[in-house]
Write a new protein. Structure first.
Length: 235
């Protein structure tokens, strides 16, 4: 699926365009809770490695490892996790980027996360929590990118599962992190449905059934299973 913001053959990535808008949401009533054992959200979206930015709200109180926040198949493929207390981009064998530890990663409160992954140059990863940039701690680039084998999963990667709650999950082509402070909006989620470069946007407001609608224009609906459940706790 080619679109604006994809990596071009020369490695040039068009900058995110259209600016950043903080439009108020009418309401936000629900998130999805994951048990860390087998709960998952799956979709066919984001099934090919390309440079993207993930914007989401997350809450967990697990100290140490809490893996499986984002995955893309079997093995450590397109895997974002908390390894120890370090947010970790694990996009292939010996193809990693670790961020500094931060109190916000597991303090039991809702925080806004914005992660940029440059798939062919993983060392260029960027992470913002509540609008503030988290420094890159270390990288490993002796290996290579692993091809995705599924669309994105949330709460699961291979046999690793995330314990906590996630809400208002959006994917953008290219580097959208210039919008991190705007989307954090002092702790109140904004409506991202009209933002530029949007691939998918799951608001998780259904509170019934197992299908999660895509609030972008791309109809990338998701499915929750194995006990992942809507939860009235939301940011
Ligand atoms: Ca929501």
């Amino acid at each position: 699926m080619l679109g604006l913001g994809n990596t071009l053959s020369g490695g040039i990535v068009p900058a995110a365009t259209g600016g950043c808008n903080a439009t108020a949401l009418a309401s936000n009533g629900y998130s999805i809770a994951f048990d860390g054992t087998n709960d998952r959200f799956t979709t066919e979206a984001d099934d090919t490695a390309q440079n993207v930015t993930y914007s989401f709200w997350m809450k967990n109180d697990v100290s140490g490892d809490n893996k499986g926040i984002i995955g893309h198949g079997t093995g450590s493929v397109g895997h974002f996790m908390l390894q120890g207390d370090k947010p970790t981009v694990y996009w292939g064998t010996n193809w990693l980027c670790w961020f500094d530890e931060d109190d916000k990663t597991d303090d039991g409160n809702w925080h806004h996360w914005m992660l940029y992954v440059e798939v062919a140059a993983v060392q260029n990863c960027k992470l913002y929590i509540d609008g503030g940039e988290i420094s890159v701690n270390s990288t490993r680039t002796s290996g290579s990118l692993s091809a995705y084998t599924t669309g994105i999963s949330i709460g699961k990667n291979h046999n690793d599962y995330f314990e906590g709650k996630i809400d208002e999950f959006a994917i953008f082509t290219g580097d959208k992190t210039e919008c991190a402070e705007t989307y954090y909006n002092s702790g109140t989620p904004t409506d991202l449905s009209d933002e530029s470069n949007l691939i998918a946007y799951w608001r998780m407001e259904e509170n019934t059934g197992s299908t999660v609608a895509d609030s972008s224009s791309n109809s990338n609906e998701g499915t929750i299973s194995f006990g992942a459940a809507f939860d009235s706790d939301s940011p």
